[in-house]
Design a protein around this ligand. Structure first.
Ligand code: 6PG
Length: 249
């Protein structure tokens, strides 16, 4: 696994750098396999990427009909709920670009409970990648965020989902949020060809230092579990998030 850290001046520069990466990886994937599969993240930071991607500078550089969008995680809420990661991506990117509706694969949160939503989503992912039993999907790009507690996707410290290895997608009840989530497992995340963390703000500085420079304690800092086998890992952060990192020569 190749791990890289890039520090951008601010959130806007981070968004531009992430959009450049998206365009590059998309072009490579479409050239080599005729399509680009990407799993988006929730939260606030990815909006910096989304706003660049639908801007005049980038939107025409993406062959949207060949882009296939999944979500690395979502909250177990309706798609029109303010907390929906799918709803956020629609509002901040997907409704502004000419991507066919059939290219979007939201978590089916209309299912009766989080477990059945996760099971159904797992079937959708397996079908898209034509996976056999035990195989994991190889996304061309996984966009990840990181919480102040070191969580990523909906893989929170000391939660059951951290240990799910054979599954692609699981439901995860997060006690501290009193919320049901649906999330890719680390087994799936670590199969990706390229994983990029988008991390911004001083509130993440301590967690980022611990994740990158501290001891390996992934149950406490789940982002440490992200180690794509045969893939690339990029931490794309802004100066505020990087403030506590050991200065590099
Ligand atoms: C979610 C995300 C989550 C997010 C982090 C960071 O569903 O909220 O998947 O893992 O990436 O909480 O969120 P911010 O970008 O808002 O800091």
């Amino acid at each position: 696994m190749e791990r890289q850290l890039v520090v951008c001046d601010d959130l806007e520069a981070l968004g531009r750098r992430a959009a450049d990466l998206f365009v590059t990886l998309c072009g490579e994937a479409v050239t080599s396999q005729g399509r680009f599969s990407v799993a988006l993240s929730g939260g606030e930071t990815p909006k910096a990427l989304h706003s660049q991607l639908h801007s005049e500078s980038y939107r025409s550089r993406v062959p949207w009909s060949k882009v296939f969008v999944f979500w690395g995680d979502d909250r177990y809420v309706p798609h029109d709920h303010p907390d929906s990661n799918y709803g956020m991506a629609r509002a901040t990117l997907l409704d502004q670009v000419p991507i066919p509706a059939q290219n979007l694969f939201p978590v089916p949160t209309e299912r009766k409970d989080a477990a059945s939503a996760a099971a159904r989503y797992q079937q959708t992912v397996k079908g898209f990648f034509d996976l056999s039993e035990g195989e994991q999907p190889r996304f061309d790009l996984m966009v990840m965020g990181m919480g102040e507690d070191g969580h990523t996707a909906s893989l929170f410290p000391d939660t059951a989902a951290l240990k799910s290895s054979s599954r692609v997608v699981v439901a995860n009840y997060v006690q501290k949020l009193d919320a049901d989530r649906i999330t890719f497992t680390f087994s799936a995340i670590n199969q990706a060809a390229f994983v990029v963390f988008l991390i911004s703000g001083g509130s993440k500085a301590l967690a980022l230092k611990e994740v990158l420079e501290g001891p390996y304690q992934p149950d406490r800092l789940p982002s440490q579990f992200v180690q794509p086998k045969g893939g690339k890992l990029l931490f794309l952060v802004d100066r505020d998030a990087a403030a506590r990192l050991t200065p590099r020569e």
